[in-house]
Design a protein around this ligand. Structure first.
Ligand SMILES: Cc1cc2nc3c(=O)[nH]c(=O)nc-3n(C[C@H](O)[C@H](O)[C@H](O)COP(=O)(O)O)c2cc1C
Length: 327
């Protein structure tokens, strides 16, 4: 039987399938269930800085902040540490409950706050930290360099503060994506998750109100990450975890062939249940047996652009009859 072990950011995984950060990784029982189903690692639900600030602000709503400065400070401190402590307890309990790597996840908007929280994740035993950092580049006064600088400062700060591996969960919204990812890897970021899938607003034309687009991805969405994993996996010093639109064993195999060291699954687990991970592991192993691959390293990255017989295909942007057979 083929061996599914892989190494991602130096972490030894029994399977390349990681349960992505979501409500499915928000408590110990769910994390245990994911381990039993065969997940190689879990990324815990993100701790959101926004949420912490919102709650502390809510507690002090209506207070005159100058007159009641002490009370405001008290509530801010209490609220911040309440959510943080709750999250750190989750990390600690998950570490006690499972043997697979537990990756903590933080969504913060400010560099200072990241650093304040970061060391404590390490102290309570997180195997790695995934930074879910994204600023929508909507401010027309800021240049692409201004936005990129925020990520670099974050990467530098976090790498100075921590000894455990750090991954950054990325968006595609960069003018020169390859360069940004390369710079982050040079700054010591160990893992790059390609790509995050964000909340998408939509418009209801009957009620004339804002609403939201589907929360879950569709399998077709994997094409974007597959392309970039294949383009960059042979070029970057950081390990890549593929994410978005990976639904089944075929998706997992494709991403491994393109050069991802691991894959992250979310929507498919919501739709098909966490037991799907066991089926995927079996199907990937059966495919490897069929192809004569004993381990993942035997085929990992053999179809990335660097290794490909037909590298130009990955850089094709326009449809051409020769490529798609339709005129
Ligand atoms: C309900 C839900 C909650 C999520 N929560 C988080 C989160 O807290 N932190 C995070 O980094 N990503 C979060 N995500 C994004 C997923 O981790 C994943 O990157 C995204 O859904 C794309 O993967 P998929 O196509 O397998 O669903 C969430 C996604 C869903 C659907």
């Amino acid at each position: 039987m083929a061996n599914l072990k892989t190494k991602y950011m130096g972490l030894e995984l029994e399977s390349p399938v990681i349960a992505a950060s979501s409500g499915l990784t928000a408590n110990v029982d769910k994390v245990k269930e994911l381990e039993q189903a065969g997940a190689g690692a879990v990324v815990l639900k993100s701790l959101f800085e926004e949420q912490i600030l919102y709650d502390s602000n809510k507690m002090t709503e209506g207070y005159n902040k100058e007159i009641h400065a002490d009370a405001v400070d008290f509530f801010n401190g209490m609220s911040n540490s309440y959510f943080l402590d709750e999250y750190l307890t989750l990390v600690e309990e998950c570490k006690k409950a499972v043997n697979i790597p537990v990756i903590a996840s933080v969504n913060c908007v400010s560099n200072g706050a990241w650093l304040k929280y970061a060391k404590r994740f390490e102290t309570v035993g997180a195997d790695a930290l995934e930074l879910n950092a994204f600023t929508i580049p909507v401010n027309k006064k800021l240049s692409s360099e201004d936005y990129e600088k925020q990520y670099y400062e974050l990467a530098e700060g976090i790498k100075k503060a921590l000894n455990i591996p750090v991954a950054m969960k990325m968006s595609t919204h960069f003018t020169s994506l390859a360069r940004v990812l390369d710079n982050l890897a040079d700054l010591g970021i160990n893992g790059l998750v390609l790509f995050n899938r964000f909340y998408r607003p939509d418009i209801d034309i009957d009620s004339l109100k804002m609403t939201h687009a589907p929360i879950f991805s569709a399998a077709e969405e994997m094409a974007m990450s597959l392309k970039w994993v294949a383009l960059l996996s042979g070029e970057l010093s950081a390990d890549i975890a593929a994410s978005t639109g990976i639904y089944d064993s075929k998706g997992v195999i494709k991403q491994l062939l393109a050069g991802a060291k691991a894959v992250q699954l979310c929507s498919t687990l919501y739709k098909n249940g966490t037991g799907l991970i066991g089926d995927i592991n079996k199907e990937v192993a059966a495919w490897m047996d069929d192809k004569g691959f004993d381990s993942i390293t035997d085929f990992n990255g053999i179809l990335c652009q660097e290794e490909s017989d037909n590298p130009e295909v990955y850089e094709r942007a326009q449809y051409m009859k020769a490529a798609v057979g339709i005129s």
